[in-house]
Design a binder for this molecule. Sequence first.
Ligand code: GLN
Length: 240
Amino acid sequence: MDAPVIDLLQLYPRDMNIYGDWGNVLVLRKRLQLRGYDVRLHEYNPGDEFPGQVDLIVGGGGQDSGQNKIQADLHALGGRLKELADDGVPMLAICGLYQLFGNFFKTHTGDVIKGIGLLNVDTVGGPTRMIGNTVLDSSEFGTVIGYENHSGQTFLKEGVQPFGTVTKGEGNNGQDGTEGARYRNVVASYLHGSLLPKNPAVADFLVRHAALRRHGSFNDVRLDVPYEAEARESSAARPR
Ligand code: GLN
């Protein structure tokens, strides 16, 4: 029998892919392959044709200038992405793309980059960047470890839950203790690092929902990845 296929889409790898965000794609692909899935990786840049079949979507962070470059294309795609999110497609949006999945990002220079409103969050650029190692407490995923670097301060609105609560670092806005956002099977976060190698529970949430939605089942074998526990412990202990 042929291996079951998962179509994994990386949004805007050319303009939105910093601080190791590509590592998220590698982890999702590897964890699916180790469980017997045949992963088709699609890279989508502005102007490309959107694939007909998509099971899992990932997008990374970017400079304000990168966000400006993709904004028109993202608006054209917005309706499609919202439909997919509402239909349960798992998505991971990091930092710059997280902001543009929201309603808007008003940069510290006053430019407004419109978002697609997939997440009911607003972002306003602050005078200082929030930079450093970050640790979260998440009711769904346990301890989450990463690295943040953003000027945008994001505020969650109705219908959106936080991804976690910061125990080290600034999080969404440096004020209310929240970090990231959760809606349906969408996970959005400021955390680079990349996020998924150190947070397998988050990676497995995404791959599980992709497989369940496409195939009606998930081959949930336990993966013993060497050095994973060590990497988590040493990262969590790192100074801010
Ligand atoms: N340009 C955005 C900000 O500074 C996002 C940065 C990022 O993706 N790291 O807030």
